[in-house]
Design a protein around this ligand. Structure first.
Ligand code: F6R
Length: 601
């Protein structure tokens, strides 16, 4: 996620903005920049860490008492000087910093090019200052020019905007991306997050969706972008310490990121339909299709395999990256999709290089634009979960699964295993899922906390499911292992009788995930099987299932399609891992012996 800061007042803006940007570093970023406004825009920006950029460019050395700063997490266009924010329009009238994604930027860019606007970057953001500039040239007031421009944007945004000919005001707007206004004494601030401005003010107004704020050093006007009605909002007095503020008030990044899953799914689904079409076309041209990945990404790939088979009647092989060289053969006609949130995992890079040397085409799905895997790939696709700070992957799993479900729908549509109207219906339901996940988070938090109390001292937890529930329990078990350090083992429920049943004894904890689908009655049979050995069974199922009578502890989830169930059912398992870890007095953000990016084989 990008970070935004803005200042208008009487102090030199650039040193203050630089300090505020450093306080946003924890959000993760690949580039940074500052613009100040005097009689013109003064811009310094580059890719890299703030300290490096600062030592090269002296970011604080810019004149003016009003300006914007930005840390960029690339979503369109790789990390580079020209793609770094702030962006200024072709006529030098408007400067913008942006957090979010503009879906229809290509159409707007085409239109603006016809009207004589030129573009210097590959970003979606650059259309925004140019579109505002276009409306300014039509003699609209700054506020109306911004309003008209924003009404044309599809997607999400938090924006800081400066207009060259109006140096007394700073304009801010938001839709689905966070933004706050800070009120100082004869000075005002904007920021993506409270920590950025905490040393300067503790009086904060959280902007709402569709708010447009005009900041003067001594006044603030907030209007609704659509109705243009003025709203007065009382500032909140922030009592957080800096550390609390970085985590948005959550005690750990892990739980913050679990709660960011609806946004991660939403952003991933709305971005890059072109990437999906290109990948689906490549799949359909391929004689053989492998997905290679490690850990959590491997579990997401397994969900993808299931979805492709079910919806598109398309056979794929999912291989753990470190096993690819030994167990798989690639040749011309083979496609390998590498799934890696970091894009830097050595095992996955190695598998891809081996496949490439045998003539395979390479595609990747990564959360980090410009990461190493993108340089190895013929087709590059992205999840848009924003940077993941916690070592354990949570929101990036949700984003990967959302992407792969969308890929399965598109592949099925192209292959005509489903009709276009069925594909549309599935997409509508998929786009509803972020809201459903929000409901799951709200409704399961309390029962999961209570369950964590019961499980915190057990030595073993077994997780069972069938079909698409199997990768979900694999992922749940990995979360439990990584941060609780409790031995957790996931297996297809049908496999119990082939060995593991011998370990089930009175009191053994078994989590049975029973999503909707054909396998439900067989799952209930497996629950009876472990109960007969005295297991203490926790059932996860939807409201309609008559499962309560068979289990000792029930967690109820909203109804969904079997295909979409991983996105809902993983959430209580992640919450369980988190709360159990906290109850055991361990730090979920820093699990022992693990690193976020595994760059060694
Ligand atoms: C689990 C986890 C790891 C990673 C694995 C692959 O919580 O974080 O299992 O999923 O190391 O990492 P990427 O996806 O970056 O290739």
């Amino acid at each position: 996620m990008c970070g935004i800061v803005g200042y208008i007042g009487s102090r030199p803006a650039a040193p203050l903005l630089l300090d505020a940007l450093k306080r946003l570093e924890y959000r993760g970023y690949d580039s940074a920049g500052i613009v100040t406004l005097t009689d013109k825009f003064n811009v310094k920006k580059d890719s890299g860490k703030i300290a490096e950029i600062d030592s090269r460019l002296d970011l604080a050395d810019l004149p003016g008492t009003c300006g914007l700063g930005h840390t960029r997490w690339a979503t369109h266009g790789k990390p580079s000087q020209r793609n770094a924010h702030p962006h200024v329009d072709s006529f030098g009238r408007v400067a913008v910093v942006h957090n979010g994604i503009i879906e229809n930027y290509l159409e707007i860019k085409q239109e603006l090019k016809k009207r004589g606007f030129t573009f210097r970057s590959d970003t979606d953001t650059e259309v925004i200052p140019n579109l505002i500039s276009f409306y300014l040239s039509r003699k609209l007031s700054p506020e109306q020019a911004v309003r008209r421009a924003l009404s044309q944007l599809e997607g999400s945004f938090a924006l800081g905007i400066l207009i060259r000919d109006n140096p007394d005001k700073l304009i801010a707007a938001r839709k689905e991306s966070p933004l706050i206004v800070g009120l100082g004494k004869n000075e005002m601030f904007i920021a993506s997050d409270i920590p950025a401005i905490l040393p300067y003010t503790k009086r904060v107004i959280v902007m709402h969706d569709e708010d447009l704020a005009v900041l003067f050093s001594r006044a603030l006007i907030i209007r609704n972008l659509k109705s243009w009605r003025r709203t007065v909002r009382k500032p909140t007095l922030v009592k957080w310490t800096l550390e609390m503020a970085e985590k948005g008030g959550y005690p750990h990044f892990t739980i913050k990121e679990i709660y960011e899953q609806p946004a991660a799914i939403r952003e991933t689904l709305r971005s890059s339909p072109a990437e999906i079409s290109r990948l689906a076309a490549l799949l359909l041209r391929s004689k053989r299709f492998y997905m290679v990945a490690c850990g959590t990404s491997y579990h997401a790939a397994l969900v993808g395999k299931y979805a492709l088979a079910k919806l598109a009647d398309y056979q794929s092989e999912v291989v753990i990256s470190s096993e690819f060289q030994e167990s798989c053969r690639a040749s011309a006609g083979t496609t390998v999709l590498a799934i890696t949130q970091s894009g830097e995992t050595a095992d996955t890079l190695k598998a891809v290089r081996v496949a490439k040397a045998s003539g395979a085409k390479i595609a990747c799905l990564t959360n980090v634009i410009g990461s190493s895997i993108t340089r190895e790939s013929d087709v590059v696709c992205h999840t848009h979960a924003g940077p993941e700070i916690s070592v354990v992957a949570t929101k990036t799993f949700a984003a990967q699964v959302a992407f792969l479900l969308r890929l399965a729908i598109e592949t099925a549509r192209c292959k005509r295993t489903i009709t276009s109207s069925q594909a549309r219906q599935l997409m509508v339901e998929l786009q509803e899922l972020p809201k459903v996940v929000e409901r799951v988070l709200r409704s399961t938090e309390r029962p999961v906390r209570e369950l964590a109390q019961k499980l915190k001292d057990v030595e073993h937890i077994y997780l069972i499911s069938r079909g698409i529930g199997y990768p979900t329990v694999l992922e749940g078990a990995l979360k439990l292992k990584e941060i609780t350090y409790i031995h957790s083992e996931a297996l297809p429920a049908g496999e119990l009788k082939h060995g593991t049943l011998a370990l089930i004894e009175p009191g053994t904890a078994v989590i049975a995930l029973i999503p909707p689908g054909d396998a439900r009655s067989r799952m209930i049979g497996n629950v009876e099987e472990v109960k007969a050995r005295g297991a203490w069974v926790i059932g996860l199922t939807d409201a309609d299932a008559d499962v309560g009578a068979h289990v000792d502890w029930l967690i109820t989830l909203p109804r969904t399609r079997e295909l979409f169930s991983p996105l809902l059912y993983i959430t209580p398992l992640q919450l369980l891992a988190y709360h159990t870890t906290v109850l055991r007095g361990q730090d979920p953000d820093r699990p022992r012996s693990l690193a976020k990016s595994v760059t060694v084989e």
